[in-house]
Ligand binder design. Structure first.
Ligand SMILES: *Cc1c(COP(=O)(O)O)cnc(C)c1O
Length: 398
């Protein structure tokens, strides 16, 4: 393995006494992010003021960092751009795809999709009207539900609850054969599994930067549009920075060149500085190595938990080829068990109704983290240490 994961781990700030298995929800802070953000604030914003847009290259950051992410997801330079939040990027991609299939009415998704994606699709269907409809089927039933009425297949590759992974290339081929377009959400794929957007002939993809890519809370999302579609796409969120000439201040909208047209408004410069620092670490590894290491870690965790904690039921696919970089177990007291784990320094999260979720992120997760987490989980289960009122009290964020 050419990637040195001991070296990458040293480049993250990980609090003492914590085993962090939630980088699938919020990546930890790259050590260099602090100085990078500080320099962005003090040297750029502080000293350059508005001239920073030109002098510090702020205006080019969404495309420059988009290309850096592109390397991790099989996207050619010039096909990824940053901005906004993932929910907004889902709206943008879906609206653009629907507009390219005006005579078709159906958006197909699955019941394992993240609710925000489904809510966004539902809202878009309501505002477009015209008989459009969002259809959701069980994840296993997606392939059979692809038919000649399909406008857009909109899926999240890796299920946020169970880690189940769709066969992206196969579903894309099937959707294209039916004359439909595809929108893939890579929230739990970018930096987690190998993705080949260009090779799989994806039309649109979106994802976030604050999960596996470690840009910090509220970091911007990204959007991919296949180069062959970029000149046809008419952005529904036609903001001024997606205009061909924003500083001409024309009264009419003309879409910008290529992927630039998927920009909307002013990008979050300080947050992008943190992402830039994280992407320096990503430059040290290959996704093939990350995936191989992720499988070693998740396999060891499943073996360990199943041997030590028989009361927990595996909710993720057993075959590593069928899952992303997370492992989920079910237990009816899952919430309280997770709070007990967090109190003992093992941080994962809980997803209703009964899922304990653990993310494995080779850049900084070690085999010692895996064995440590299993040991603490066993202690909690053996001693029923979760059975306390304070662990049952639901916080706002679970
Ligand atoms: C994390 C996640 C989101 C979150 O969207 P935001 O707009 O960034 O809050 C959306 N969709 C999926 C599939 C996710 O995993």
């Amino acid at each position: 393995m050419a990637s040195d994961f001991e070296a990458t781990r040293r480049l993250f700030h990980l609090p003492d006494g914590v085993i962090y298995l939630d980088g699938n929800s919020l990546g930890p802070m790259p050590v260099a992010a602090r100085a990078r953000v500080d320099s962005c604030v003090a040297d750029e914003w502080g000293e350059m003021l508005i001239t920073g847009w030109n002098k510090a290259g702020w205006m080019e950051m969404p495309a420059r960092l988009g290309d850096r992410i592109g390397r991790l997801i099989g996207a050619a330079p010039g096909s990824v751009v940053l901005g906004d939040t993932l929910s907004i990027k889902v709206y943008q991609a879906l609206a653009s795809a629907l507009e390219l299939r005006p005579d078709r009415k159906v958006i197909l998704s699955d019941t394992g999709n993240f609710p925000s994606d489904l809510y966004i699709a539902d809202g878009l269907v309501r505002s477009l009207g015209g008989g459009r409809e969002l259809r959701t089927v069980a994840p296993e039933a997606v392939e059979a539900a692809i038919g000649p009425d399909l406008a857009v297949l909109m899926l999240t590759e890796v299920d946020y609850r169970t880690g189940r992974k769709h066969d992206m290339a196969r579903l894309i081929a099937k959707a294209h054969a039916a004359g439909a377009l595809v929108v893939w959400d890579l929230a739990h794929s970018a930096g987690a599994v190998e993705v080949d957007l260009a090779g799989a002939d994806t039309d649109f993809a979106v994802g976030c930067s604050y999960k596996y890519l470690n840009s910090g809370p509220g970091g911007p999302a990204f959007i991919y549009v296949a180069p062959r579609l970029q000149s046809q796409v008419r952005p529904a969120l036609s903001g001024w920075l997606g205009h061909e000439a924003p500083f001409a201040f024309d009264l009419d909208y003309r879409p910008g060149q290529g992927i630039e047209r998927m920009r909307v408004g002013t990008p979050p410069v300080i947050q992008m500085a943190a992402l830039d620092a994280s992407l320096d670490i990503w430059d040290m590894v290959t996704m093939a190595d990350v995936r191989a290491r992720s499988i070693e870690l998740t396999e060891a965790f499943i073996r360990g938990v199943e041997a030590a904690c028989p009361a927990l039921t595996l909710a993720s696919p057993r075959d590593p080829a069928q899952r992303g970089s997370q492992v989920s177990f079910r237990h009816k007291e899952g919430y309280a068990i997770m709070q007990a784990l967090i109190a003992k320094g093992v941080i994962g999260d809980f997803r209703a109704p009964d899922i304990l979720r653990f993310g494995f992120t080779p850049l900084y997760t070690t085999m010692a983290d895996v064995t440590g987490a299993v040991r603490v989980l066993k202690e909690i289960m053996d001693g029923a240490l979760w059975d306390r009122e304070e662990y049952r009290r639901r916080a706002r964020v679970t």
